[in-house]
Structure formats: structure tokens, C-alpha cells
Design a protein around this ligand. Structure first.
Ligand code: PAF
Length: 281
């Protein structure tokens, strides 16, 4: 059965108040729609961990640093509701822009440090947009737990810190990246990949695995990543924005494997920006 589509925060609040009064726990899966199996795995985790589950769908203009990217972002509300139907979620919150950013909205939630490198360096303002909307979604839904994919690893770290710093009583839970059979991490942007370059896309994950292996063999980071970048250009990627080794907790830059790390990458293929990351060490 399709879950009720709630379009206003008043409707959401009424539902949430009832659940809280009954002592039920609430999980939220924040999304921008164009749902794929990665999102659905978050919904499954939320269903397993909470009495009530809300999926939010809001294409957040404040986190797009590029007008064309915002315009081209896939919007598939009906198909999304159908995909959620088998999971028995309790509500799909689809707020209009004024429910999130009413006239005169003047507040930005910003996390320092963690947002400065990686995607933050290439997408100015992006993480401020994410933390501003996510803090609002946490407060509007009153969720006890929120589920995010590890594919956006920096985002996961940033929203975890944001909730902790602001004492928002919502536990942030990271869930493993879901991949296509060929290794490409699922993303709503994958549908934008031109057919003639789609076959090159798994090179991103393949290169990450190769770099991780060579780092484990104690090779030095500089030459290994230079070769990885060259391999991606050879495969058809037009730009590698970053390929970085960072501490898994806190994202401090690393050059050798002396603690649990994450290897993170962003690169352009066929006019589409792809990101991925894997655990190392
Ligand atoms: O990961 C996303 O889809 C978005 O950044 C999020 C967390 C839904 C905030 O708009």
C-alpha cells in the first residue's frame, strides 16, 4: 500500500505527535527522490530499527552550487512512491519549498573543518545547504534515528557532527554503499550518464580498489594516485577532482595507512560528476 504523502509540516507534525504519544520510535531517511536500491536499503535499515519510518523527498536548492545541476536533477515523485509501497513506510514527506524555506528564511547551519576539503572544496556552499536542510528535517520529523548512505561519506561525517554539536537528539546511522554488479556505486545521477560512457563508469570503483591494495602493500601514495588518475583519463574520465586518503573518523589527510582510513574520489564522466569511496586499513 502506498504511504500517505504529507506535503506540509503541519500534517507531518500531526502524524509525529501521535506516534510519539504512543511511545513509538521514529526513523527518517532523508532523500532528494529519484530513489534507487541504495535508498531502499536505507529504508530497510530504518524499518528494522524503528517503529515508524518517514522518507523525506525534497530537492534542496541550497545544496546545488550549479543552476544547471539543480534543473537537471531527476524528479520522479510518483515512481518514488511506487518504489516505497512494498516497504510499508509510514509517511512520505514531500514538502513544498515554503515548508522548508519560508519567506524571510535567514539561517544557515554550517559545520567548520570537516566541510573544507574533498567535495567541500569543489562545491562551494554545498555542505551548508545540506546541514541547513538536514537539521530542519531532523527537527520537523522529530526522528530518533536517521539513515544515510556511506557513498556520500563526507556528508555522513558532516551530518553526524552537526547533530552532535547542536544536541539534536537524532542518532545518525551510516549504511553500506549499494553497487551495480559491475561495481558502480548507485546514485540518482547515474541515469544522467550518456549511454556511450556508461561502460567506463565502473573504472572509478576499480581504481579505488587498486589504489587501496597498493597502499596496503606499502607503496607511496603520490605515485600510486598519479597512476590512478592517468588510468581514469585513459578510461574516458575528463577530470579527477580529488583522489584522497583521509582518516575514517574526522577526515584528516593521511599519506600512509597508520589508522583506519577512507579512500575518496570525485571525477567527471560524460558531463556527470561521480563520487565514490572505500574503507582501507
Ligand atoms: O544525500 C542526499 O540526497 C541529500 O544531500 C540529503 C541528505 C537528502 C539532503 O538534501
Amino acid at each position: 500500500m502506498t504511504a500517505p504523502l504529507l506535503r506540509t509540516k503541519a500534517a507531518l507534525r500531526a502524524a509525529v505527535l501521535g506516534w510519539k504519544a504512543a511511545g513509538e520510535s521514529i526513523g527518517v531517511v532523508p532523500t532528494m527522490g529519484a530513489l534507487h536500491a541504495g535508498h531502499l536499503s536505507l529504508v530497510e535499515a530504518a524499518k528494522a530499527g524503528c517503529d515508524r519510518v518517514i522518507v523525506t523527498i525534497f530537492v534542496n536548492p541550497k545544496q546545488f552550487n550549479n543552476a544547471a545541476d539543480l534543473e537537471n536533477y531527476p524528479r520522479t515523485e510518483l515512481a518514488d512512491a511506487e518504489k516505497l509501497a512494498p516497504f510499508g513506510v509510514d509517511a512520505i514527506y514531500v514538502p513544498g519549498p515554503a515548508e522548508i524555506y519560508p519567506e524571510g528564511f535567514a539561517t544557515t547551519v554550517s559545520v567548520a573543518g570537516l566541510t573544507e576539503g574533498l567535495c567541500g572544496a569543489h562545491r562551494p556552499g554545498h555542505f551548508d545547504g545540506v546541514t541547513t536542510v538536514v537539521s530542519k528535517l531532523f527537527l520537523q520529523t522529530g526522528a530518533d534515528r536517521a539513515y544515510f548512505g556511506e557513498k556520500d561519506y563526507q556528508q555522513l561525517q558532516v551530518v553526524t557532527r552537526m547533530a552532535r554539536d547542536l544536541d539534536i537528539p537524532c542518532e545518525v546511522i551510516g549504511c553500506a554503499t549499494v553497487r551495480e554488479a559491475d561495481g558502480l556505486a548507485l546514485s540518482s545521477r547515474n541515469v544522467l550518464l550518456p549511454a556511450d560512457v556508461r561502460a567506463a563508469a565502473p573504472a572509478l570503483h576499480r581504481v579505488l580498489r587498486q589504489v587501496a591494495e597498493r597502499l596496503r602493500d606499502d607503496e607511496s601514495f603520490g605515485p600510486v594516485t598519479a597512476q590512478a588518475r592517468a588510468a581514469l583519463h585513459e578510461a574516458g574520465f575528463t577530470e579527477v577532482e580529488y583522489l584522497d586518503l583521509r582518516a575514517a573518523d574526522g577526515l584528516a589527510p593521511m599519506t600512509r595507512l597508520d589508522r583506519p582510513a577512507r579512500l575518496l574520489i570525485a571525477a567527471w564522466l560524460g558531463g556527470v560528476r561521480l563520487i565514490d569511496n572505500i574503507a582501507v586499513g
